[in-house]
Design a protein around this ligand. Structure first.
Ligand code: NAD
Ligand code: UDP
Ligand code: UDP
Length: 313
């Protein structure tokens, strides 16, 4: 049955894919965004559908609507953008979560939080299961994002305990795909652009740090499945691709796939850059019957095609 669904941060990379899926499934979708890192262009193909609506609004301020479900995604996700105005980042995570929870409480909507693997910080446990409490610096340059997201998880759990809200928490690991902002400094988009333009590939540090990369379509399927789980399952649940690569391996793969003449340069590693990251997805497998199906090479080829087709330079 069609539902009324609010997606905060709906004009961003993940949000726009989610809105597309929810509209295609016949739901009534409100996309809420202040367009800090998102853009109307990301959802322009949905404008004109009678079951799609776009609203310019900052989640720091209260918002009213009558909906059945809320996906709370509003928050810049790349270090360049979340460090641009770190106080605004914390406000977005914390006040944004409070306002969306207050709204969910008033209309008794189900609400899902887009949390992050960053709640594990620079992890000392590998791979990271949901029970791991993390190793997060509370006063560093990444803290506005990491601690903001941790506080949002706290609020979600307290609204559950205090007000019996139906909540869901998904901890998203590095995700890539079409509609990612080209110049937000994320590793996959940086390397593909550098390779396509035969520019030097910038590896920070020695390239031995690891990440696990998930293709956007796998994540969207997982998020919708999570929203549909029974009410007493709140998570947090990890969502990511458990196949781990070093950043050097990623660079080499992209050079090969793009047939590029780019050379690799090694630059200083940013502060608090996690050394390793890989999700333990046993819980998602068990509870959602979900696991990623698109492996790195296949996903990279789709992203390379998108950047090439859209003449992104
Ligand atoms: P994005 O920057 O493309 O999207 C974020 C969206 O939120 C943008 O459209 C932006 O304009 C909007 N926004 C930011 N502040 C806002 C505010 N105060 N009010 C209203 N809208 C606001 O990033 P993304 O990669 O699509 O990330 C979406 C969510 O997923 C974020 O919450 C992020 O923390 C989480 N996440 C993403 C990844 C990833 O790898 N992309 C990993 C972990 C978690
Ligand atoms: N809120 C909102 N939309 C609503 C209902 C509440 O944005 O439809 C906001 C409200 O302004 C408050 C926050 O959500 O800032 C938390 O609301 P709650 O009712 O939980 O707490 P209180 O209003 O008592 O602080
Ligand atoms: N990175 C890199 N070169 C770049 C961009 C990023 O070597 O041009 C590294 C970065 O230092 C980190 C990893 O790639 O170790 C992933 O960075 P990203 O910002 O994409 O995600 P996050 O650090 O949030 O996992």
């Amino acid at each position: 049955m069609a539902k009324r669904i609010l997606v905060s941060g709906g004009a961003g990379f993940i949000g726009s894919h989610l809105c597309t899926k929810l509209v295609q499934d016949g739901n009534d979708v409100i996309c809420l965004d202040n367009f800090f890192t998102g853009a109307k262009k990301n959802v322009e193909h949905l404008i004109g559908y009678t079951n799609f609506e776009i609203v310019r609004h900052d989640v720091i301020d209260p918002f009213r609507a009558e909906v059945d479900e809320i996906y709370n995604l509003a928050c810049p996700a790349s270090p360049i953008h979340y460090q641009y105005d770190p106080i605004q980042t914390t406000k977005t995570s914390v006040y944004g979560a409070l306002n969306m929870l207050g709204l969910a409480k008033r209309v008794r909507a189900k609400i899902l939080q887009a949390s992050t693997s960053e709640v594990y910080g620079d992890p000392e446990v590998h791979p990271q299961p949901e029970e791991y409490w993390g190793n997060v610096n509370p006063i560093g340059i990444r803290s506005c994002y990491d601690e903001g997201k941790r506080c949002a998880e706290t609020l979600f759990m307290d609204y559950r305990r205090q007000h019996n809200l139906r909540i869901k928490i998904v901890r998203i690991f590095n995700t890539y795909g079409p509609k990612m902002l080209a110049h937000d400094g994320r590793v996959v988009s940086n390397f593909i652009l550098q390779a396509l333009n035969n520019q030097v590939i910038t590896i920070y540090g020695d390239g031995q740090q690891t990440r696990s990369f998930q293709y956007i379509d796998d994540l969207i399927e997982g998020m919708v499945k999570m929203m549909d789980t029974e009410d007493n399952f709140t998570g947090p649940v990890n969502m990511g691709n458990p196949v781990e690569f070093t950043i050097l391996e990623l660079a080499q793969k992209i050079i090969k796939l793009t047939n590029s003449k780019s050379e690799i340069v090694f630059l200083p590693l940013p502060h608090d850059d996690p050394k390793q990251r890989k999700p333990d997805i046993s819980l998602a497998k068990e509870k959602l019957n979900w696991e990623p199906t698109i492996q790195l090479e296949e996903g990279l080829l789709k992203m390379i095609e998108y950047f090439t087709k859209n003449h992104i330079q």
